[in-house]
Design a protein around this ligand. Sequence first.
Ligand SMILES: CCCCC/C=C/C(=O)SCCNC(=O)CCNC(=O)[C@H](O)C(C)(C)COP(=O)(O)OP(=O)(O)OC[C@H]1O[C@@H](n2cnc3c(N)ncnc32)[C@H](O)[C@@H]1OP(=O)(O)O
Length: 292
Amino acid sequence: MALVAARGTLLRAGVRLGTEAAACGRNGTRRSASHRVLVEPDAAAGIATIKFKNPPVNSLTLEFLTELIICLEKLENDKTFRGVILTSNSPGIFSAGLDLREMCGKNPAHYAEYWRAVQELWLKLYVSNMILVAAINGASPAGGCLMSLSCDYRVLADNPRYKVGLNETLLGIVAPFWFRDTLVNTIGHRASERALQLGLLFPPAEALQVGMVDQVVPEDQVHSTALSVITQWLAIPDHARQLTKSMMRKATTDNLIKQREADIQNFVSFISRDSIQKSLQMYIEKLKQKKS
Ligand SMILES: CCCCC/C=C/C(=O)SCCNC(=O)CCNC(=O)[C@H](O)C(C)(C)COP(=O)(O)OP(=O)(O)OC[C@H]1O[C@@H](n2cnc3c(N)ncnc32)[C@H](O)[C@@H]1OP(=O)(O)O
């Protein structure tokens, strides 16, 4: 049902599914999605690289989320691909997280549709049967960090500007329980509590130390390292690895699935508050002023 809603959004956004399908094709040549998701399939290796291409900062707009969801579903259903690398087509920014403008000055129906898409992307990533490796080649706050935490392995480029973390409190908003659970499952309860309360954004060495990422490597080795990690993981029998992944993660996703509608309602009422709208507007202004 969520996918039907997502397809509706995509069609309203004017995205042709035929083009998207071609972008996710199994042919070994580089194919370009006409929009925001670039897929480089390597059918022989069984690996596809998804590159985020939503300038300027790969923020998760509704259209971008929808394209990502459909692309992941196509790869998941195409048994050619057993491993996927998530990375950015614009080195310097992995993803700025949720698009602030999708959460500001819109109506409740829009917020509900947007939040359902955010949930859907997380569900697709977190319990994917494929091996997902994040090749983090840029800054990755909040929702960007969530995407990488939802993967099976994270490789971060060694650049002090490339900070990762769930910084929601700095915006005056609160990461929902399933963001928290994803972080706790990765770095443990105490480190998560500190990181979430303070909205910490970790530079590479600290991110490695706390366990937000599994490896920090020179910038020009991020993709090759991700590839070699996937190759190692591909050597494990799929059925055993997939069942193990499901055993580790299913309770976390079931928790959202069983209260999905309530979570949407919570989001809509929280984000619609005047005080929250003001906080977000001030944060957007601060980002603008940073330039001048
Ligand atoms: C109950 C509610 C829970 C909701 C959970 C929320 C999760 C989230 O993901 S909230 C989003 C959190 N994201 C951030 O805090 C990141 C904010 N952005 C940045 O820190 C920086 O932009 C950067 C480090 C990602 C990149 O820096 P830089 O290369 O210097 O680029 P600019 O700051 O100049 O930004 C360019 C352009 O993009 C706009 N922009 C940045 N982030 C977002 C965003 N998340 N959504 C929408 N737009 C964003 C920024 O405002 C600039 O726009 P213009 O001024 O119009 O050029």
